[in-house]
Design a binder for this molecule. Structure first.
Ligand code: FES
Ligand code: FES
Length: 169
């Protein structure tokens, strides 16, 4: 009989107190216990990036993180990316630029891209390709994904500039 371990974490701004098996992976906690099935499992071996979420603001592959390692952490999944305020610019750009086909890679791709843009608001094509190299897509050939990330970056920069102007006025 395995001992269960108490953990507390915040997921998409909501606090949870749970008891988990020590070997439980974060991705299975999110999907199976919290019902957040937007985070996908593509490989379970840390190759595909479909399971990417943010852990304390940084993109991680949640199939490589134990749930107990998320104790006291803040987790954001694709369901929480917008904070409930319509589509995130990355989601809108993926839609508009046809950056998905089957969509299996998309949540992880967007979470990885959001982390990239938080660190580098104006990435070059090469930097985007490098930043997303841990996320595999079997459908799109990546071209439209890169375009969507560039478009979303421009939109986020425009919003940021607009917010600064409003503050000054
Ligand atoms: S399911 Fe985590 S990297 Fe593939
Ligand atoms: S859209 Fe199908 S795997 Fe990326």
């Amino acid at each position: 009989m395995s001992t269960r371990v108490p953990i507390r974490l915040s997921v998409n701004g909501r606090a949870h107190e749970l008891e988990v098996e020590p070997r439980l992976l974060l991705v299975h906690l999110l999907r199976d216990q919290l019902g957040l099935t937007g985070t996908h499992v593509g490989c379970d071996t840390s190759n595909c990036g479909a399971c990417t979420v943010h852990l304390d603001g940084e993109a991680v592959k949640s199939c490589t993180v134990l749930a107990v390692q998320a104790d006291a952490a803040e987790v954001t999944t694709i369901e929480g990316l917008t904070g409930g305020d319509g589509l995130h610019p990355l989601q809108a750009a993926f839609w508009e630029d046809h950056a998905l086909q089957c969509g299996y890679c998309t949540p992880g791709m967007i979470m990885a891209a959001a982390d990239l843009l938080a660190r580098n608001p104006d990435p070059s094509e090469e930097e985007i390709r490098h930043g997303l190299e841990g996320n595999l897509c079997r459908c799109t050939g990546y071209h439209n994904i890169v375009r969507a990330v560039r478009d979303a970056a421009a939109e986020l920069r425009a919003r940021e500039a607009g917010a600064r102007t409003t503050e000054v006025v």
